[in-house]
Design a protein around this ligand. Structure first.
Ligand code: PLP
Length: 387
């Protein structure tokens, strides 16, 4: 059976070039980057090369990059590392749970958290961020791109507000990295999180940008790795993979990759809108990353659609994959003002660098037929068409 994967915001396949770059570091070139012999020196050199590649992707200095185990650790490291008991923190209603639940923990530890809303397109209003500032605000943590809708947030304006108020600004760029150019200086952030497995590097890899001179309390204690900021022997093959994926992403962005991907995404979106009635796009008016579109299909449960698509060979997701198993509708879509029912009927399609035009053709065939079949047996649909 043909299988097409359009759930790249959940995870991406490791690209063959990335895998090829990593392979020797499991077998022949396996040193500990802290050792002083040949193996260690070689490992250190490749870790620093990868650090430079990740820094180049973010327009940062290599010394400002700390390797982590992924987006969740990067978010935790930035938030716990910059905030102390008694501080006030500003975040948004559409953050990933890696930020939202970290902020919940901050509240238990004696911090106060303000959560700014979003508009109907899933965008934060920088004016709301400004209004939420208090004399004890220490940190603003607002994502660069939302994982469910792809909506890009006005991070440069938020960065300006943070600088004027002299508070730290962290942005979760896990879903923006490798899809749109990132310049930490332009954004004016103090910390920025990325995850390897969203950019075709292996799962369990990631990085945190920390602006030079920013004092950050480590999350993990041990040796003096990563300039005392993150203890533990470096994940050598993973770091090599992340460095290679960063290089590929940078080149892809410089050679028209995003426009090509957005055209494929838009072709899918337009074809579905014209062939399926009672459907629409969540966050259509917002600037979005080029790989994501989130559609609602009224009168059907998103979970049922995901299963039905999967039986036909198409992998997509409803709500955030990281919290799948939870039956509650997406907090992101609810924050945008969708009804419970419409939020429950929403599906995310997300493309990757491996996605081909034929994959899009396949989805354009499978989706309308499956939606029609499910609606035939949907009591909700019959109620509205009959009554
Ligand atoms: N932040 C965002 C916006 C995400 O989409 C994800 C994963 O889906 C994470 C953080 C967590 O990243 P990781 O899976 O690398 O821990």
């Amino acid at each position: 059976m043909r299988r097409v994967y359009l759930d790249n915001n959940a995870t991406t396949p490791v690209l063959p070039e990335v895998f090829a770059a990593m392979q020797p570091f499991y077998l022949e070139e396996f040193g500990n980057a802290s050792s002083i012999h040949h193996y260690g020196q070689h490992a250190r050199a490749v870790v620093e090369k990868a650090r430079a590649s990740v820094a180049a992707l973010l327009h940062a200095r290599p010394a400002e990059i700390v390797f982590t185990s992924g987006g969740t650790e990067s978010d935790n490291m930035a938030i716990f590392g910059l905030v102390q008991r008694g501080d006030h923190v500003i975040t948004s209603a559409i953050e990933h749970h890696a930020v939202l639940n970290t902020c919940k923990r901050l509240e238990q530890m004696g911090c106060e958290v303000a959560c700014v809303p979003v508009n109907g397109c899933g965008e934060v209003d920088p004016g709301d961020v400004r209004k939420a500032l208090r004399s004890n605000t220490r940190l603003i943590s607002i994502m660069m791109a939302n994982n469910e809708t792809g909506a890009l947030q006005p991070v440069e304006e938020i960065g300006r507000i943070a600088r004027e108020a002299d508070v730290f600004f962290h942005t979760d760029a896990v879903q923006a990295a490798g899809k749109v150019p990132i310049d930490v200086e332009k954004i004016g952030c103090d910390a920025l999180s990325i995850s390897g497995h969203k950019i075709h590097a292996p799962q369990g890899t990631g990085a945190l940008y920390i602006k030079r001179g920013t004092l950050l309390q480590p999350l993990i204690y041990g040796g003096s790795h990563e300039r005392q900021r993150r203890a533990g022997t470096e994940n050598l093959p993973g770091i090599v993979g992340l460095g290679k994926a960063a290089e590929i992403s940078k080149k892809w962005m410089e050679t028209g990759g995003p426009a090509e991907m957005a055209a494929m995404r838009d072709r899918l979106q337009d074809a579905l809108l014209s062939s399926v009635e009672a459907a629409g796009v969540n966050g259509l008016e917002a600037p979005r990353v080029p790989n994501t579109t989130n559609l609602w299909f009224d009168y059907i449960e998103g979970e049922a659609l995901v299963i039905a698509f999967d039986l036909k060979g198409l992998a997509v997701s409803s709500g955030a994959a990281c919290s799948s198993g939870a039956i509650e509708p997406s907090h992101v879509l609810l924050a945008m003002g969708l009804s419970q029912q419409r939020a429950r009927s929403s599906i995310r399609f997300s493309l990757g660098k491996q996605t081909s035009p034929e994959d899009i053709d396949f989805a354009i065939t499978v989706v309308p037929a499956t939606v029609a079949r499910l609606r035939e047996i949907s009591p909700l649909y019959h109620k509205q068409t009959v009554g």
